[in-house]
Design a protein around this ligand. Sequence first.
Ligand code: HEC
Length: 118
Amino acid sequence: MKITLLATAAASLALAGFSANALALDVEAARSLADQNNCMQCHGLRKDKDGPSFLKTADRLRGKPNATDEVLKHLTSGKEVKLADGTKEKHTVAKTMPANDVAQLRNLAAFILSIQPK
Ligand code: HEC
């Protein structure tokens, strides 16, 4: 009986967490963080530039359990990337105010993953 109760509690917590996440996407904040970090210089929402479009990334990762972490890695690791003209540079590490605000970074990642084809 106790086990059933616990399982039910866990299930409803998971549900609550899920809807809280879905509601938490703040498109305005994500867009302005992307602007401040010049992300859109190299990424279109639906158009490839030096980097793949956000839609391409969303299509590749949509539905994968580790999707947000995958995107976060690109925003935080500063790994070397190749631009269209063949030059290499370290990928932008997204700056937030205050610094390294995981909630803001996750919101930007969620925004990227939310892009749908028109
Ligand atoms: C100077 C150009 C440039 C800027 C500025 C830039 N990126 Fe990128 N980004 C790239 C390139 C090029 C790749 C492709 C890396 C690869 O395929 O190895 C990439 C890869 C990514 C990926 C992974 C895409 C995938 O599907 O694998 C994400 C997510 C991403 N960038 C998000 C961002 C965000 C968010 C910002 C701003 C904080 C940003 N980028 C700023 C050039 C840039």
